[in-house]
Design a protein around this ligand. Sequence first.
Ligand SMILES: [Zn+2]
Length: 375
Amino acid sequence: MKTAFLYSEDFARYSYGPTHPLKPYRLKLTYELIDAYGLFSLPDAGVIKAEIAQEDDMLLFHEKDYIEALKSANSGELIPDAQSYGLGPGDNPIFDGVYDWSRLVTGASLQAADLVARGECDIAFNIGGGLHHALARRASGFCYLNDPVVAIMSLLKKGKRVAYIDIDAHHGDGVQDAFYATDRVLTISIHETGTILFPGTGFEDETGTGKGEGYSVNIPMPPTADDELFVYAFDEIVPPLLNTFNPDFVVTQLGVDSFHGDPLAHLNYTTQGFCEVVQKIKEISPKWVALGGGGYNIANVAKAWTLAWAIMNDIDIPDTIPRAFLALHEKDGFQSGKLRENEYRVGGAGKEAMRKELERVIGVIKKKIFTKMGI
Ligand SMILES: [Zn+2]
């Protein structure tokens, strides 16, 4: 097996509530689209059933009292001190099975890390993971447990060094915070600037502290940036840093709320820029733990992660979505019948202003971090 796909039918059993933007159903939609393309029956690919994380694993990062609070919230009833744990009406609702959901997606990320670490596959993909905002004792930004941090901690326990690349529209703040003072994890986050978007952090001058100085890298993108600027920023920063850091493993958060038309963010990426970047990640990451992330247009999520799985398996798939899938799901946002979108290009003076700002940000990163790393 070269590639493993972590999945459970239980992923889609949970609901944050009818008006909440995060729909676990998108994971089932993605699974079914990949299946419709026949990409689970490739000779070197396997589907592995996701299992819940054990408490000891969650405690690699999270505080015991917070785990206990999540456990009591699992019934869906309000608990005492909910607010102090970031739980309650709004971003992080207490819903029926909130603890079960969180430890299932975290368990899947741990399995992905373990499969890759044991050499059972080169790439493992947990589309349910990538919940990068959760803190050690607080839920944040739709995330209750920080599965990327827990998975990375499990790799560090084995004495490994990890590079984390986050391309979600939002800054990967929880992961950055967890590893801000260590040189064993290089975190790189490319996201819409925190001047506009939650969580309001991730500026180019956040570069780590103490031994970790130079190992936290942030590329805040101007709002409305397009594929061209995204690929440019990635090329300038990520390959040279990875080449120098030379990690044992790469963990990525592949959020797609950065796409044109996503209801929560303002970036304008499409399947074109996303696929280009995923292909480049594959080339620089021989051992790769891939996680999902944000994405609030559910058809975009299914399309993008199907394309990502195809890239992971070195398969070029046709643009026409299989008819059997459309018959069931056309109304879910697949009316075009196509998998890929045309590139969305921003033009004019606005584009030039964005390019200038991005050049400035890249200049700051190169001056501060590349110089320190001897690049
Ligand atoms: Zn996001």
